[in-house]
Design a protein around this ligand. Structure first.
Ligand SMILES: Nc1nc2c(ncn2[C@@H]2O[C@H](COP(=O)(O)OP(=O)(O)OP(=O)(O)O)[C@@H](O)[C@H]2O)c(=O)[nH]1
Ligand SMILES: [Mg+2]
Length: 159
């Protein structure tokens, strides 16, 4: 019987540990320490710049985690929210380098008309110690994301 893939999109502010979370899940599922998703501490900007997708092992071999750049407070910095619908609908190819200033267009070589790996669930990774200090600009971006997720019927969970 064909197993249904669960596609998880990992979202959250820049530098909170989204890629590290993916590495933790991959390590737990494979029983080997993994560092597939590139992680680093970074004063400005996002470490993850391209769409990367990783498939779990063992009991999680029907789970794929998709890594994207983090949100940054300012407009035109970090993950551009305009990409969200295209990601959810599975139109963005792995390796796409996100542009903070504009979202992918249908004429981009990394745009795929076919819908593959449509997102089923959004995982929000947040720094629990910094929630009180989130600025209104950050909150607005997160609320805008949640609005798209609700409209698209995507399940949300927080880590
Ligand atoms: N203290 C602590 N540090 C963490 C944790 N998770 C990740 N880090 C560190 O935080 C830094 C950023 O981690 P990343 O996984 O690259 O963060 P990211 O959210 O993917 O960052 P961007 O791709 O830039 O958005 C790294 O130096 C990690 O080692 C955690 O749970 N606790
Ligand atoms: Mg990252």
């Amino acid at each position: 019987m064909e197993r249904v893939m669960a596609n998880l999109l990992v979202l959250g502010p820049a530098g909170v540990g989204k890629s590290s979370f993916i590495n933790s899940v991959l390590s737990i599922s494979s029983g080997i320490l993994k560092s597939n998703a590139y992680t680093a501490s970074h004063a400005t900007g996002t470490v993850t710049t391209r769409l990367s997708s990783f498939r779990g092992k063992g009991g999680l071999d029907n789970v794929q985690l998709h890594d994207i750049p983090g949100l940054l407070e300012r407009v035109n910095y970090g993950f551009n929210l305009g990409n969200l619908i295209h990601l959810i609908d599975g139109h963005v190819k792995v390796g796409y380098k996100f542009n903070p200033k504009e979202s992918i267009t249908e004429s981009d070589p990394y745009f795929r008309n076919e819908s593959i790996d449509r997102i089923n669930c959004a995982v929000f990774v947040m720094d629990a110690t910094g929630l009180d200090n989130l600025s209104n600009l950050y909150k607005t971006k997160i609320q805008d994301i949640q609005q798209v997720l609700i409209e698209k019927g995507i399940i949300e969970c927080q880590y």
